[in-house]
Design a protein. Structure first.
Length: 614
């Protein structure tokens, strides 16, 4: 597509004069600038290319009444000493190619995505171009073309009918015209005015009515917003009709002769100091904050207000996250490794954002409630001791079982593991078992019903794997999941552990769900290949029943057989329920042969009414 070559501005230091750089001291006064110090060129087309051998040479450009110096491949304006010639201090830098956007600094350069392949952005602070190429922004040095002199203006007409006054002929080839009525830009190509279209990276041409209008550098911006000159330096202008359609805010800033695109962050931090303390917070000044949701538990000074909060880091201001504000400490490189706690959940700074330390990575090992009197159970098989708790009319282990003697219990072979394969995770969250391993039966019953099931399973002597009836009793007594959950262990859950049950988010599959999910085994079969489980997630309202394949894994919580004594935690700490759970009556602990465990056949043939009641 043919377009217009434009001018933009930058200011650099006065460097060596052209006639000195070229070794030419014989030029006549007619070839010199008004000060008689610099070699003069009439138009931009007369300028030689700014190549490495000319770096530092300076000239005067008569058509633009500006002084230029060759710096890093670009002719850049500099301000000559005041000699009374009346030269403008805000001339323009010669840009040799169209820029799809002009931005103040590299920090505002967006992501080079597929849709921006081939797009060119002029970065004012660098006085350089960047081109989107193969998903990366790369420095781009355009070459001067013969159409560079056509940059001084863009014609404007009110309606299409007025185009007759601007015939598209060979002399106008490549020129543009702005049609106010439809807010479109037309380009003269092959003696025909056509809509200024853009080529996508898929090489399919699309109309400007459905694609971003090609900006044609600053000419369109000058047409819509007015010429950016010295009188408007530092001012903002809004493209209310959204004709330019480049800046996400539709607001542009006049700086050194260019209308520069702005972002919300740029506008919100405009004028902020750039030499303040690393990690300092400051309230934004322009953009209303409609998205940042701050937890009510936060008491930081910036947790209220209707604008964004920003933090200063590595020379720039960036939006502070909700967690930054809540902790009154931003997660930035200097705070890498810092930790903070919110509602019992620990967060750690990874240098750029706060990440929750999930269950297995937490240093905490004691998640038990301090308001509950626990008993204890010592497994004589391996010497491990577990806390126990009475809830309703049952005594439960308050920890997940961690027993793995596959020598004396061969049914455990290949049917148990620790989270991520690390033994220390079993010490923290207990062990996972397949159903057949949990029930201490051969793996053949992963696809066959077991009719003469011994509910003791892999539990210590005097204890058994609970059936669905016992799990339902627990749910009836403690219906809220948060009252069963270990405080501080679950992702984003306001756990209370009022019951003392201390459910841990141990997960149920290797390297998955640790911190979010827990699945408990039952002794009850659903059918030949599946067994019932009870599970909860961080967002659960309570324990829920489901059925999994018998080859899937679950955590085991053993229940004391009726009539079996429980060792108290100490002589002064007898086994009793938490204050919010009624203690069992003397009648409720009387053994009953009909209420110990449902048989597998009974469980398989649950009535529809019972299913609906879950």
């Amino acid at each position: 597509m043919k377009g217009m070559r434009l001018f933009a501005i930058a200011t650099v230091s006065l460097l060596t004069g052209w006639f000195i750089g070229c070794g030419d001291s014989t030029s006549s006064d007619e070839d010199m600038d008004p000060t008689g110090k610099y070699l003069m060129f009439e138009t931009v087309n007369d300028l030689p290319q700014c190549i490495k051998s000319k770096d530092g040479d300076s000239v005067y450009l008569a058509s633009e009444q500006m002084y230029l110096t060759c710096t890093n491949g670009f002719w850049s304006e500099f301000i000559a000493p005041d000699d009374g010639s009346g030269l403008s201090n805000h001339g323009k830098l010669n840009i040799y190619a169209e820029a799809d956007d002009t931005i103040p600094s590299l920090s505002m350069l967006g992501t080079c995505s597929y849709s921006y392949e081939g797009q060119i952005v002029f970065v004012a602070s660098l006085n350089s171009y960047m081109k989107c190429y193969d998903y990366d922004w790369v420095e781009f040095t355009p070459k001067k073309t013969s159409s560079s002199s056509k940059a001084s203006s863009m014609d404007t007409v009110a309606t299409y009918s007025k185009l007759s006054s601007l015939p598209c002929n060979s002399s106008r080839e490549g020129d543009s015209v702005f049609v106010k009525e439809d807010a479109v830009v037309l380009v003269c190509e092959d003696e025909t005015w056509i809509e200024n279209n853009t080529w996508s990276s898929s090489s399919k041409r699309s109309s400007s009515s459905s694609a971003r209008v090609y900006d044609s550098g600053n000419v369109l911006r000058d047409t819509v917003l007015g010429v950016c000159d010295a009188s408007k330096e530092g001012t903002l202008a809004k493209d209310s009709a959204r004709v330019i359609r480049v800046a996400s805010t539709d607001i542009y800033e006049c700086r050194s002769g260019l209308w520069l695109s702005t972002t919300e962050t740029y506008l919100d931090t405009r004028g902020f100091p750039t030499d303040t303390t690393e990690g300092a917070f400051k309230r934004g000044i322009w953009v209303e904050d409609r998205s940042t949701s701050i937890d009510e538990a936060c008491e930081a000074p910036f947790n209220k207000g209707n604008t964004y909060t920003y933090v200063f880091t590595q020379g720039n201001w960036k939006k502070a996250s909700a967690m930054d504000i809540c902790f009154n400490k931003a997660c930035i490189p200097i705070n890498n490794g810092a930790t903070n706690k919110l509602k019992g959940v620990v967060y750690k700074c990874n240098g750029s954002s706060w990440s929750e330390i999930l269950f297995y990575a937490q240093e905490t090992t004691d998640y038990f409630s301090h308001d509950v009197a626990y008993g204890s159970l010592t497994d004589t098989r391996d010497g491990k001791t577990y806390k126990t708790v009475t809830i309703g009319d049952r005594v439960w282990m308050a920890e997940n079982l961690n027993f793995a003697d596959s020598t004396n219990f061969p049914n455990l072979q290949f049917g148990n593991f620790c989270y991520a394969g690390k033994p220390e995770n079993c010490e923290k969250g207990g062990r996972f078992y397949t159903w057949t391993s949990a029930m201490n039966i051969v793996s053949n019953f992963q696809s066959n019903l077991k009719s003469d099931l011994d509910s003791a399973g892999i539990c210590p002597s005097g204890w058994h794997v609970p059936d669905t009836a016992e799990w339902r009793s627990l749910v009836t007594t403690v219906p809220k999941a948060v009252d069963l959950m270990a405080e501080g262990a679950w992702h984003a859950a306001s756990a209370t552990n009022l019951s003392g049950f201390t459910a841990l988010p141990a997960g149920d599959e290797d390297m998955e769900d640790g911190g979010y999910h827990s699945v408990f085994c039952t002794s009850s079969q659903y059918n030949a290949s599946r067994n019932y489980v009870y599970e909860m997630t961080y967002s659960s309202s309570g324990l829920s029943r489901d059925y999994h394949y018998k080859s899937d894994y679950c955590s085991v919580r053993c229940v004391k057989n009726r009539g079996t004594a429980v060792v108290p935690a100490s002589s002064s700490s007898v086994v009793e329920s938490s204050s919010n759970v009624p203690p069992p009556s003397s009648e409720s602990i009387v053994p009953s042969s009909s209420s110990v465990v449902l048989s597998s056949s009974e469980e398989v043939n649950l009535s529809s009414a019972e299913e609906d009641g879950e």
